[in-house]
Write a protein that binds this ligand. Structure first.
Ligand code: GLN
Length: 544
C-alpha cells in the first residue's frame, strides 16, 4: 500500500477561476515545507492531447521533456515547483478512452460489457495513482478540469469519490474552488452559488473538505462562518482567494489564509514551522521593485488571447526580475505589420521577439519585424517559427534569394531554406507526430549562446515539423548568419546568430518552457539584458 496522499482540486460556479494557480500555490507551500509534491491535470475533453488544438481554444500547448503536448497549467506547475512534469501529469478523456478501447481490442475484458463504470473510472483511477505509486512523491495534487456538474467531468468526479473511499481517512481530500460574486447594486458578496456547487458535488457523493473562495472583496468572518455552516466544512477550511496583482503572490496569500496548514492537518501530516520561501520571496522582491522598464515587442498572430503565449510572458517576468527591470511586453499582431508601417509600429522598442506559430497567416509581418530588428541593431530573439523567419529574412534580403521561404508556407518555393524534416516526410497522422520534447544541442564556443548558457551542451524542448535546410548553410554562413548550435546526432541546425549584430539569436527550440522562478531561462535573461543595454543607449542619445 502506497503512503502517498492525494489532494483533488475541483471547481464550481464558473470556469477560469485559476484552479491551476491554486493547485500550484498549494504545491509550492507543501514543497517549501519539505514534502515531495507533484501536480496532475485531468482534462475532460476528447482530444487525446491538446497538440491538435488551436491556441484560441485553450491557450498555449505546453511541451514536457518527454515530448508530451499538454495543458498550459503544467507550465504553471513547473514554473512554481521547478520540477519537470511528464506525460503522466496530463490525462484527457480522449487518452482514457483510447487506452480502454485498445485494451478491449486486445481482449483484456473478454466476455464483459465495457462501461463507463467500472472500466473508464478504473482507468482514471489508475492514471491518478501512477504518480503516487512511483514512490517519488509524498503528495499528489490532481486538478480536475472543467466545472462540477458538467456532463463530461462526471466520470472523473465518480473516480474521485471511489478513490477517496478506497484510500481511507486522512489519505486524501478535496479542495473545491468556487466564486463568491459581488453584486455592486446590492453592495454584497453572495454565497448561494457556492452553496449550490458544493451541493452538486455532494449529489455525486463527494463532500468538499476545503473551500477556496475566489473573490474581489475581503470575506468577513460572518460570511466565512455562513459558508462553513451551509457547506459543511470547518471555518478554518474556508479560504479566501482575493484577486492578486501577480500570480506569484498567491502562495503567500494562501499561506496567510492557512490553506497548507489545514490541508496537512486533514491529511494527518505535520505542519509545524514555516515553509521555506526565502528564494521565492527574493524573486518577488526583485519583480516588484524594478529599477527600469524595458519595452519588448512580442510579434505573433494569436496575440488577442494572452494565454496563447503564456510561457513566453512568464519567462519575461522571470528574466525581468533577474535583471531587476520591468519588461513591458507589447503584443503586436504580425498581420498588422508591413513594410510601410513597420518603422512606425516598432520604433521605441528595446527588443523584438518573434513568436512560434503554424501556417501562413501573418508570416510576412514576422519577416518584416525580423528585418527591422536586424537593420536597426535591435536585440532579437526568434523562437521556433521566429527562428525560421529569421533565416528566410536573411536569405531574401541579404543573400538575395528571391522568394526564399519555408515549404510549410510555399511548397513550390524556389529556395526552400526551411524544409520538412526527413523523418516527417511520410507522416500522415497529425496528432503527436512533430519533433517533440528534449533534444541535445552542442553550442559553438565564443558565441552569444555559449556565453548566456555558460555550458557547451544543452537540452531544450522542441515542437515543430520543419527545419533549417543544411543545403543553404554554407551560403548563409559566408554571408554572416552563423550556426551556433547543432544537434550532435542529426546535425540539425538549432541556433543561428549574426555576430555583426549586437544581439541576434534564433532558436529552433522553445526556451520558454524551461523558465522557472528558481531558474529564469538564460536566453531570456540574456535577451532582456541586451534590451536593457539598448534602452540605456537610447536614453544617452536622447540627452545629447
Ligand atoms: N510551423 C513551424 C514548424 O512546424 C514552427 C512550429 C513552432 O513555431 N512551434 O516547423
Amino acid at each position: 500500500m502506497s503512503t502517498t496522499k492525494y489532494i483533488f482540486v475541483t471547481g464550481g460556479v464558473s470556469s477560469s477561476l485559476g484552479k491551476g494557480i491554486i493547485a500550484a500555490s498549494l504545491a509550492k507551500l507543501l514543497q517549501a515545507r519539505g514534502y515531495r509534491v507533484t501536480i496532475q491535470k485531468l482534462d475532460p475533453y476528447i482530444n487525446v492531447d491538446p497538440g491538435t488544438l488551436n491556441p484560441y481554444e485553450h491557450g498555449e500547448c505546453y511541451v514536457t521533456d518527454d515530448g508530451a503536448e499538454t495543458d498550459l497549467d503544467l507550465g504553471h506547475y513547473e514554473r512554481f515547483l521547478n520540477v519537470p512534469t511528464s506525460q503522466a501529469n496530463n490525462v484527457t478523456t480522449g487518452r482514457i478512452y483510447q487506452s480502454v478501447i485498445e485494451k478491449e481490442r486486445r481482449g483484456e475484458f473478454l466476455g464483459k460489457t465495457v462501461q463507463v463504470v467500472p472500466h473508464i473510472t478504473n482507468e482514471i483511477k489508475e492514471r491518478i495513482q501512477i504518480l503516487g505509486n512511483s514512490g517519488d512523491y509524498d503528495i499528489v495534487i490532481t486538478e480536475i478540469g472543467g466545472t462540477v456538474g458538467d456532463i463530461e467531468s462526471l466520470p472523473y468526479i465518480e473516480s474521485v469519490r471511489q478513490l477517496k473511499w478506497e484510500l481511507g481517512e486522512q489519505n486524501s481530500l478535496v479542495v473545491h474552488l468556487t466564486l463568491i460574486p459581488y453584486l455592486s447594486a446590492a453592495g454584497e458578496l453572495k454565497t448561494k452559488p457556492t452553496q449550490h456547487s458544493v451541493k452538486t458535488l455532494m449529489e455525486s457523493g463527494i463532500q468538499a473538505d476545503i473551500l477556496v473562495c475566489r473573490t474581489e472583496h475581503e470575506l468577513s468572518d460572518d460570511l466565512k462562518r455562513k459558508l462553513a455552516l451551509f457547506c459543511n466544512v470547518g471555518k478554518d477550511a474556508v479560504i479566501q482567494s482575493i484577486d492578486a496583482s501577480t500570480i506569484y503572490d498567491v502562495p503567500n496569500m494562501m499561506l496567510e489564509e492557512g490553506l497548507d496548514a489545514v490541508a496537512l492537518k486533514k491529511l494527518g501530516l505535520s505542519s509545524e514551522g514555516m515553509p521555506k520561501l526565502e528564494r521565492w520571496n527574493e524573486f518577488l522582491q526583485r519583480h516588484k521593485n524594478p529599477k527600469a522598464t524595458v519595452h519588448v515587442g512580442l510579434i505573433g498572430k494569436y496575440v488577442e488571447l494572452q494565454d496563447s503565449y503564456k510561457s513566453i510572458l512568464e519567462a519575461f517576468i522571470h528574466a525581468g526580475a533577474a535583471n531587476e527591470v520591468k519588461v513591458k511586453v507589447h503584443s503586436i499582431h504580425s498581420e498588422h505589420i508591413d513594410e510601410n508601417n513597420m518603422e512606425e509600429t516598432l520604433k521605441g522598442l528595446d527588443g523584438i521577439l518573434v513568436a512560434p506559430g503554424f501556417g501562413e497567416r501573418g508570416i510576412e509581418g514576422k519577416i518584416d519585424a525580423v528585418r527591422y530588428a536586424r537593420e536597426n541593431n535591435l536585440p532579437f530573439l526568434g523562437i521556433c517559427l521566429g527562428m525560421q523567419m529569421a533565416v528566410i529574412e536573411y536569405s531574401r534580403n541579404v543573400l538575395g534569394l528571391e522568394g526564399a521561404n519555408s515549404v510549410e508556407m510555399n511548397p513550390d518555393t524556389p529556395h526552400p531554406v526551411i524544409d520538412l524534416m526527413e523523418e516527417q516526410k511520410h507522416i500522415t497522422n497529425m496528432g503527436g507526430t512533430m519533433r517533440l520534447g528534449a533534444w541535445k544541442c552542442n553550442l559553438v564556443p565564443n558565441t552569444i549562446v555559449a556565453e548566456v548558457y555558460g555550458e557547451s551542451s544543452i537540452l531544450e524542448r522542441h515542437r515543430h515539423r520543419y527545419e533549417y535546410n543544411n543545403q543553404y548553410q554554407e551560403q548563409l554562413e559566408s554571408a554572416g548568419m552563423k550556426t551556433t548550435g547543432m544537434n550532435p546526432e542529426t546535425e540539425l541546425v538549432e541556433i543561428v546568430e549574426i555576430p555583426t549584430h549586437p544581439w541576434f539569436v534564433g532558436v529552433q527550440y522553445h526556451p520558454e518552457y524551461k523558465s522557472t522562478v528558481a531558474n529564469p531561462h538564460p536566453l531570456f535573461v540574456g535577451f532582456v539584458k541586451a534590451a536593457y543595454e539598448h534602452s540605456k543607449k537610447q536614453d544617452n542619445l536622447a540627452h545629447i
